[in-house]
Design a protein around this ligand. Structure first.
Ligand SMILES: NC(=O)c1ccc[n+]([C@@H]2O[C@H](COP(=O)([O-])OP(=O)(O)OC[C@H]3O[C@@H](n4cnc5c(N)ncnc54)[C@H](O)[C@@H]3O)[C@@H](O)[C@H]2O)c1
Length: 258
């Protein structure tokens, strides 16, 4: 038997805030972080906390400065704040531009871009004062390439990706890392609802995805673990696609026939 032990990622001793943590990717992140030893606080608009997070839940809107301040305060109380993951987000309507309404457009921008900005800013206040911290934002493959009919969503996610780089440059010298994940199609309630409304074609998506399937929320969560953890101690300002190869493919039609 080898006496070389295999080190594994641990979040023991870390305190983490996960926004949008009542569902989908955020819930998978919260569960994974907890499994790896972190003290996790979930923040979400949902009335009910997810199972198991009842004492560690803040109900609030990431668009509200007061609510976000409360989320950070409640997470950091007594311990400080090591990690923040910004998962709160809403889908857009995927209708032609000429049929889009400005109220929906603005709400998507507000939740995604303003919300991420506020969570980063309020977390940053704590982390810069501590001289340590790691923030993971969630963009999308729509931040990286153009998607017809997805103006608000794509623009908000491109904003999140770019803001991540700017924050990484501003805060790196203070010991705070900021990275971004750009998920591809991931099987969450958000995507299921869009599929149910007939706005996405599952088969066409999977046949142009090199790994030929949708991602699972836990697969995005695993990337968040890595970026948030000390294993990524020299990584900041990256936008990491977790997309089954979707953005790697530039051919036409299906992967199989391209
Ligand atoms: N599922 C995908 O395919 C996919 C792909 C790329 C990016 N994303 C992004 O991943 C993130 C998570 O999405 P998901 O698919 O898990 O969706 P989801 O709908 O399952 O979860 C989103 C959560 O965010 C919460 N939320 C929405 N608005 C909020 C607000 N104003 N304040 C606080 N919480 C709020 C919701 O209540 C929900 O619990 C989003 O930012 C989404 O844009 C998802």
């Amino acid at each position: 038997m080898s006496d070389i032990s295999t080190p594994s990622i641990s979040l023991k001793g870390k305190t983490a805030l996960v926004t949008g943590g009542a569902s989908g990717i955020g819930l998978a992140v919260a569960r994974r972080f907890r499994e790896l030893g972190a003290q996790v606080c979930v923040a979400d608009l949902a009335e009910q906390p997810p199972e198991g997070f009842e004492p560690d839940y803040v109900r609030g809107d990431v668009c509200s400065e007061a609510d976000v301040s409360r989320m950070v305060e409640q997470t950091a109380k007594g311990t400080g704040l090591d990690i923040a993951v910004c998962c709160a987000g809403i889908a857009d309507e995927l209708v032609p531009t000429l049929e889009q309404d400005i109220v929906t457009w603005q709400r998507v921008l507000d939740v995604s871009l303003r919300g991420t900005y506020l969570v980063c800013r309020e977390s940053g206040r704590r982390m810069l004062a501590q001289g340590r911290g790691s923030i993971v934002t969630i963009a999308s493959i729509t931040a990286l390439v153009g998607f017809p009919r997805r103006n608000a969503y794509g623009a908000s996610k491109a904003g999140v990706a770019h803001m991540t780089r700017s924050l990484a440059c501003e805060w790196g010298g203070s010991g705070v890392r900021v990275n971004c994940i750009a998920p591809g199609y991931t099987a969450t309630p958000m995507v299921e609802q869009v599929l149910e409304r007939g706005r996405l074609d599952e088969k066409r998506i999977t046949t142009r995805t090199p790994l030929a399937r949708f991602g699972k929320p836990v697969e995005v969560a695993n990337a968040a673990v890595f970026l948030a953890s000390d294993w990524a101690s020299f990584i900041t300002g990256v936008v990491l696609p977790v997309d089954g190869g979707w953005t790697a493919f530039g051919g036409s039609g299906d992967i199989a026939t391209a």
